[in-house]
Structure formats: C-alpha cells, structure tokens
Design a protein around this ligand. Sequence first.
Ligand SMILES: Cc1ncc(COP(=O)(O)O)c(C=O)c1O
Length: 414
Amino acid sequence: MTCDQPPLPAIAGGPKAKVTPYGRDTRYGADELAQLEEAIQQQTLFYSSGSKVKALEAAFSSMNGVAHTIATSSGTASIHAALMALGISPGDEVIVAPITDMGSVIPILFQGAVPIFADLDAATGTMDPASVGARITDRTRAVVAVHLAGNACDLDALMAICSERDIALVEDCAQAFGCTWRGKPIGTVGRIGCFSLNEFKHISCGDGGMVVTDDDELAVRLRLATDKSYDRRPGVAMRNPAFLAANYRLTELQGAVALAQLAKLEGIVARRRSWCEALNERLAGLPGVRTPQPTPGCNPSWWFYMMQVVPEQLGADADEFAAAVSAEGIGVGAHYIGTPVYCYPVFSEHSAFRRGTHAYAAQEYGPGLCPEAERILRDCVMLGVNEGYTQADLEETAAGIRKVACWLSARGGR
Ligand SMILES: Cc1ncc(COP(=O)(O)O)c(C=O)c1O
C-alpha cells in the first residue's frame, strides 16, 4: 500500500472514514429458543439426566474428530479441570503466557502450583518456544499454550519440547474456536484442549466451557474433576472421591444454547476469516503499522485483530495512533490488557491468599520478566472483530487506518 496524497485524517480536521455503523449479527435467536424449550420440556436441567449437554459434547467431539468432550462451567473451569485431571500438585511449575486472561493462570494457583511466564514471539504474539524451553526446570509438569486472538502457538515446537520431557501440553483455546494447526482442529494437538463459552467468545452460552482429549483415562478424570469427583458411570460407586475436584458442571440450559451456537461456528469463523484476511491485504506495507501475522502452520479464527505500531517509523506511539484511528469512527484500543499478567498485585505482591505459604511466594514477579511481551503490550492496538462486519466496514476501516498511518508517518516518521 502506498501513501500517495493521503486525505486529511479526522484528528487534523478531515472527514471521518467510517460513515456507516458497523454491521453486527443477532447473537441469540430462534435456534437457541427452540433448544431451550426442549431442555425445559425434559423436566430436568441436570447434565447427567438430560440430553442437551450430552448432545453438545457429542457434536463437539465429532466436529473435532476427537474421542472425548467434557462440558464445563467456564473457560477457567476448563483449564482448572485439565490441571486437576493431570494431577498438577502443590510446588509443581506450570508454564503459561504473560499476555492472557487471568482464567489461564488462576487454575495454576488454585492447584498450589507455581505459574512460570514464558516470553512471546515478537511477530505473532504467541508463546515463544525458545523461551518456554529455557524456563523448564525439573519441577515443570505442564505448559498452558495460550492461542492469543485466534492465532495458534507454534504447536510443533511446543509439542517437541513437551514430549521430550514428558510434560503435558494443555491448549488454551478460549480465544481460538475454529482455528486450525496444520489442518487439525485447535485443541486436538496437545493432551487436553480447553475452550470458553463466555459471552465474548466466538460462540457463547453466557458462561461455559469445554475440554477435549483423545486420552480415555484423562477423559474419566476430567469428568470427575468437574463433578466433585463423583463418578456417575453405571455400576461404579458414586461417592468415593479419590482426588480433590470442583463442581464445574454445565446445566442443560447452557448446554441447549451452546448446542444451537455450535451449529453456527463454522459460518462465524469463515466470515471473520475472510474479513480479516481482506483487511490484512488492504493494510499490507503500511508505514509504521504491522498487521497481525498468523503463526506459520496456523489458519487463525480471528477473535480480535491485533496490530503493532513501530513508533520510530510511524512517528507516533500506540496511544496516538489509537486516538487518531478512533477519531475516524473506528473502534480500536491500545495496549490490550495493559500490563503483563505477572505485574498484577496477585503476583507482584503474592497476595493470592491471606495467610500461609503458597509455593509461588518463592518466585519473583514483576517488570522485566518477559521483555517482548512488555514491548508488544506497549505497541499493540486492537480492533474488535465481528462476523457481521460488511464490505463497507472493511473498506472504511482500511481507509481510516491507512489515512492515519500515512499522515502520521509523513508528519514525523523516519
Ligand atoms: C485466553 C483465555 N483463557 C481463559 C479464559 C477464561 O475463560 P472464562 O472467562 O470462560 O473463564 C479467557 C477468557 O477471556 C481467555 O481469553
């Protein structure tokens, strides 16, 4: 893309680029209502006696070509169930990404284990396998691979690192429904894949989650982990808990909505893909702005669109860029979560619990742990994505971002 005679941006008195309201699909409708009605008519809302959660699990397994799906009450619950099922115990170390939702990390602390943060790849923003490898110790039991913004981590490299040392790879797919790795559905490469059905994800039932695995034994433990370690299989002593579990069950109401939503997933991902790929094409080569780069091997599912500014080329930082793009009527925000997770007080002040000594107290957390992640947060600008976005949204968004980048770089870039 060239910058010949860019029009004036809105912050310099020009007209706004975005003149039509962004398109948005109706999220919940007749399909969800029909499923809900059937759930109510069952006269049970309990997963084990109803049909909706079972149907959801069967449909997700078949969609992913995986042996087992266990529904859970959230994405956080999914990751916690994975760690419980794997037997993660006090003092163990679990490697995780520093740019993520707390839901990736809370379960590690609840297991009494120590979160170890690995740095990110500068271009893709996903976990850097070299940093993961460097942070493994003889206490490392699992890696939680966070597939950020619908883009997969380098799963070949992470699998190689983990299998060599018998470390479990858990995929956090909360932001990556529908993404693929070398053609395989996301979540099916590692030992367990974890999904979120919260309100903001590709598909939703308000709150909920799912875990997938091909491992029969792990599947049994995953179910127990979500249901107080009560074994509801026929012919098994039910109340005989062998390990500490939680109540992370999904109700039939949520299962019904999720089932209707699952049928829409393919279309949702396809529309997000074509819109974001077209935006990438239109913004390619823009001065001072890097478009999102999928990890080679990944077909991303675009939960949001993460740009990175190069301040010395743009002549502006992420805040100035985001303010100028917002002035065009385009909804962007700088810095995503603001600081890496390890700078939150729960880490820097070890304030997870009031009393006692948790193993993570011996670990120092604070600025400098993951320099590339800190740089990414400083320079990133996020554009929200919706499957209802139109061709007009695409052209206006591209024109607005282009106008701003060209104007800023002509003004002060080098
Ligand atoms: C990467 C990631 N992991 C885990 C979670 C937790 O999911 P939930 O909110 O369903 O607990 C989220 C939610 O935003 C997330 O984005």
